[in-house]
Ligand binder design. Structure first.
Ligand code: FAD
Length: 476
């Protein structure tokens, strides 16, 4: 186990056990180790893990943590990519895995009320049974939580047509650092009374409040869907096609994989597809676009026709339409496999989720290619091209000092280019600890000051997820 955090004060431990029950406070080394990691690949064991059952218990835990000046780190499923759920300063992991109730699905008003520990895919399946749809679909949806999605402002492929988590959160029950419970927002389609605290808390990464309940907007489930894959001879042509397609159609998703990403998952694609593209475009494809159209059957048929007509004039592009639901699932499974398959290239990964205006994707991808050639490291790009959100993956061996330095230089060069292209450093993963040092490059000094003051106002004792977003920058 890596460096040990200071042991928890025995009086605090006893008081926590009183609040949530003895069995809901874990302090054994193996239990703490289970909550020491997240998707960032780092490890920081907490002093204790506490499992509250409701917002009242969260409030009592926060009051105690304030009294004993102990950090509290809210945690959903621990799939975050930026170290947001790590106990970097020890303290208490507040694991929301017992709060998994779908409290209500209101069909008439198209609203769901859920506890934060509900798994995203389980909510999607539950509302689907009511012919409703909850669109935000991070690739981790089978195992991440709605609470984590709200705290990170998660997105997914469907963002191109439907938007991201933020666009579906109507209101929240949230617990402040002093134990006050607030109810933000509305459960109506509109509402403009007072400042929009809901939007402030979405994406706040557990640094301002703990989210105890979420009211979500739903939409009618689309009746039909068609999944299609485009294999392209030329990388820049593929990235250029993104804007061209979106000028003509509104696909539900428009994902992109470069040659390396495609190579990682090519064996998961329908048999014969890569061979067909070799015959038709004379080489292995340099990039792939994965596109889904949805709506009424007539809308889907019309848009499919339009797309095919448009592609007739595009040389070196192969269109493959999924024959049925199973094949569509196969294509999506290949797309979702890119991230884990990356470790075939190197044992470690620096994965960023930068966003650029989508017409500038070719510029960003060209920069990544140049950096790969210059450093000799595998650097590849894939992601949600429809909204300009590109995952730039720098693969390295962290035990190799030269690779570590080259990777960090490449990462800084990517950040610089993204900001030159008028993009943003994170579209969906957030800041956590991994981008804390970069925040000043994007946010102007006056806004930074305002944000830091908000953090101090919400959490004067700096107990809620300290060190996240702000690094060492906010101290009370
Ligand atoms: C294979 C893979 C694919 C992924 N694909 C995507 C993708 O397509 N799109 C995307 O956006 N992300 C993606 N992610 C990242 C991750 O799944 C998301 O950020 C997700 O929203 C995190 O949810 P979680 O429940 O795991 O949260 P955690 O990792 O547990 O926590 C994340 C942050 O939220 C805070 N938090 C969690 N719950 C609460 C709460 N109730 N109240 C206050 N703060 C809270 C934590 O303190 C932490 O700062 C992917 C990750 C993996 C491993």
């Amino acid at each position: 186990m890596p460096s040990q955090p200071p042991a928890i004060d025995s009086r605090l431990l006893a008081a926590l056990q009183q609040v949530v029950g003895k069995k809901q406070v874990a302090t054994a080394p193996e239990e703490r180790l289970s909550y020491a990691y997240d998707g960032s690949g780092r490890e920081y064991p907490p002093a204790a893990v506490v499992f509250p059952a409701n917002s009242d218990q969260i409030a009592a835990v926060l009051r105690l943590a304030g009294k004993y000046r102990t950090p509290v780190i809210p945690r959903g499923a621990g799939t975050g990519m930026c170290g947001g759920a790590l106990a970097t300063r020890g303290g208490i992991i507040l694991a929301l895995s017992r709060m998994t109730k779908i409290v209500e699905i209101d069909e008439d008003n198209q609203v769901a009320v859920v506890q934060p520990g509900v798994i995203t895919a389980e909510l999607q399946a539950a509302v689907r049974r009511h012919d409703l749809y909850y669109p935000p679909d991070p690739a981790s949806r089978a195992f991440c939580t709605i609470g984590g999605n709200v705290a990170c402002g998660a997105g997914g492929p469907a963002a191109v047509k439907y938007g991201v988590t933020r666009d579906y959160v109507l209101g929240l029950t949230a617990v402040l650092a002093n134990g006050d419970i607030i109810h933000t927002g509305v459960r109506t389609a509109k509402g403009v009374v007072g400042y929009d605290l809901t939007r402030l808390l979405v994406g706040s990464e557990g640094t301002l409040a703990v989210i105890g309940e979420i009211t979500l907007r739903l939409v009618p489930a689309p009746a039909a869907k068609q999944t299609m894959l485009l294999l392209c001879r030329d990388l820049l042509q593929a990235t250029g096609l993104v804007s061209a397609i979106l000028r003509r159609l509104t696909p539900a998703t428009l994902e992109y994989l470069d040659r390396t990403a495609l190579g990682l998952v090519a064996d998961r694609l329908p048999t014969g597809l890569i061979e067909r593209s070799q015959e038709q475009i004379g080489q292995n494809p340099a990039a792939m676009l994965l596109l889904e159209l949805d709506g009424s059957p007539e809308e889907v048929a019309g848009q499919t026709r339009q797309l095919k007509e448009f592609l007739q004039d595009q040389q070196g592009v192969i269109l493959h339409a999924a024959a049925d639901h199973e094949e569509a699932e196969q294509l999506w499974a290949a797309r979702r496999a890119v991230s884990p398959a990356a470790f075939k290239l190197r044992p470690h990964k620096i994965s960023d989720d930068v966003v650029v205006p989508r017409s500038r994707i070719p510029d960003l991808v060209a920069t990544a290619e140049q950096l790969a050639a210059g450093t000799g490291l595998p650097i590849f790009t894939f992601g949600h091209a429809g909204d300009g959100n590109i995952h730039v993956n720098i693969m390295l061996d962290r035990d190799n000092e030269q690779e570590r330095r080259a990777a960090e230089t490449a990462r800084q060069a990517i950040y610089k280019r993204v900001l030159e292209l008028r993009g943003t450093l994170s579209g969906e993963h957030g800041v956590g600890i991994s981008k804390a040092a970069a925040i000043t490059a994007e946010v102007d000094p006056a806004s930074l000051e305002l944000m830091k003051n908000l953090k101090k106002l919400f959490d004067p004792g700096n107990i809620l997820n300290p060190g996240k977003i702000w690094g060492e920058g906010v101290r009370s």
